[in-house]
Structure formats: C-alpha cells, structure tokens
Design a protein around this ligand. Structure first.
Ligand code: PLP
Length: 284
C-alpha cells in the first residue's frame, strides 16, 4: 500500500512515527473513516466537518483545508486502485520530545496519517441478509463520546466480549439505557416508529445516523429521538445499527432474545437499500 504521512506519499513499510508521539503515548489523537464505494468517497463533507469539530474540541492545530483533504483522499484511492473499502485518517498532537501531560508549545506540528483499507464486497455483505447478534455491556467510556478519539480500548474489549459469546457486536448501556454500539449508532423500530437516542456528549454524532434519519424522514417514516432500554429493544419489532463502513445493519438478537421475527426487519432493509443507493449517487 501507498500511505500518506505528514505531506508525503510513501510505501507503508517506510511510514514511521516517533515513539514520543502523543498519539502513541497518550492516545492523544482523533480519526475519521470515510467509506469508498465504486472508487469514490461517500459522505466526505460530513466526515471532514466532524474531524474539524474533534480537532477544535481538543485544541489540536491542523490547517489542512477541505479541498486539500479531498485531494489526499483521492490520490490515495488512485495510487492504491481502491474500489470498495475505506480511508482511515488520523491526526495526533504530534511528536512532543518527551512525555508530558501538558500540551506542547504552539507550532508543534501534528502527525497526519492516512491509509486505504480495501474491503471488496462491503456493499453486498451477506451479514446484512442474516442480521447480527449483540450483547450488552456497561458503558464505561469517558463522557466526551462526541469527540472521535483513538481511545478505543473499551470498544475493543466490548467487541472481544461479544466474540467470546459467539455474537457479533456489543451495545453500551448507561443508567439503564442504551447509548450506542461499540462502533455504531443503534435504533429500534416499534409499531413503524424508528427510535434512536438523541445527540449529546453521550454518543458519537454518526455521519451515517444523520443521513439515514434524513432519508427516513423523506420516506415519511416516523422518528423519535430518545433513549431506549434493552428490554424495549428485546420487545421491539426490529433493531439495527448504522456506521460509515456497515451502512444500515439489521440486528436480530439482543442478549440472547430474538428481536421481532428474528430476521432482518423491513424498515432496516429498506433504509439499507436507500442509503447505499443514495451514497453511490452522491459519492465524490
Ligand atoms: N458510534 C461510535 C462509538 C463509533 O465508533 C462510530 C463509527 O466509528 C459510530 C457511532 C458511527 O459513526 P459514523 O456513522 O459516522 O461512522
């Protein structure tokens, strides 16, 4: 693979970062994953807007413009012949010389890394026809989940816990209510109404979430933004999650209890179709 590091394109084997980098030492970095379909970027502007917000919240300086980001993304797609998959982008606070809790002095350049991840068959994933199974785990993450940082250890632990039980993913639960999935936003459907937690610092503001809700609204579907419980999900007609790389994914089991018929629901299937076709149409 050819990757991008701090202004240069190079073979991945040559892309190295300092052991003093704050991303490495303190998890002091933000990221985005933009999906590529048919060799083009989906939801590009949404991801770049969220990136700018994450950087601002953490006061990480980075003056790369939207158009420059676009050029870098497109060049990596071209250099790697990427058709379907994603582009991972990470910005850390940079190499600060020695370990220190304080932010480095102004002018310390951030470390900027981008690379492609090829995932042929992403848009025709057979998992979407079967639906996936989730377990619930307590949400023990910090309370700025609206910032997309690389501090993903707890999400990783949750996914491993699910795997150990032979399931596909985990939902986080806090104060009795589902916050979100380990790497996605989640939804239930009851009597035709789509229910999903409202935006706050408790969840990541999913780019896919925002588009899917807009599409659902345009398709005259009813939406209620509020928290829901595991018991409600188990008694729902259907459940699903959204994320940039899985689009709309039906969920057929929550903590060992089948949701609805135990098969992917019609709302999830319809939204998945709409979302993928609209994403292809608007990809750049
Ligand atoms: N919530 C969490 C914790 C995530 O990690 C992600 C994606 O990585 C999402 C939600 C979904 O966000 P998006 O639709 O922008 O991919």
């Amino acid at each position: 693979r050819t990757v991008y590091l701090n202004g240069d394109y190079m073979p991945e084997t040559e892309a190295t970062v300092s052991i003093f980098d704050r991303g490495f030492v303190m998890g002091d970095a933000v990221y985005e994953v933009t999906c590529v379909l048919d060799g083009r970027l989906t939801e590009f502007d949404g991801h770049m807007a969220r990136l700018a917000r994450s950087l601002k919240e953490l006061e990480i300086p980075c003056d790369i413009s939207r158009d420059e980001w676009l050029e870098i993304h497109r060049k990596l797609i071209e250099l790697n012949g990427l058709q379907e998959g994603g582009i991972y982008l990470q910005i850390s606070r940079g190499d600060v010389g020695d370990r220190d809790f304080h932010y480095p002095p102004a002018g310390t350049p951030p470390t900027v890394v981008l690379y492609t991840q090829s995932r042929p068959g992403l848009s025709t994933d057979p998992k979407a026809d079967e639906g996936i199974k989730v377990i619930s785990v307590p949400d023990l993450r910090w309370h700025r989940r609206d910032i997309k940082t690389v501090q993903l250890l707890y999400a990783s632990m949750a996914k491993m816990a699910a795997e150990k039980e032979g399931k596909d993913d985990a939902w986080f639960v806090e104060d009795g209510f589902v916050t979100e999935g380990s790497s996605n936003n989640c939804y239930i459907v009851k009597n035709g109404k789509i229910i999903t937690r409202q935006l706050s610092n408790d969840i990541l503001h999913g780019i896919t979430r925002s588009s899917v809700l807009k599409m659902a609204q345009e398709a005259q579907m009813e939406i209620e933004e509020r928290p829901f419980t595991i018991a409600e999900a188990q008694a729902a007609d259907e459940a699903f999650f959204t994320s940039a790389s899985a689009f709309v994914m039906p969920i057929v089991e929550v903590d060992g209890v089948a949701v609805g018929s135990g098969k992917p629901g019609s709302v999830a299937k319809r939204l998945r179709e709409i979302y993928i076709s609209e994403s292809l149409k608007s990809a750049i």
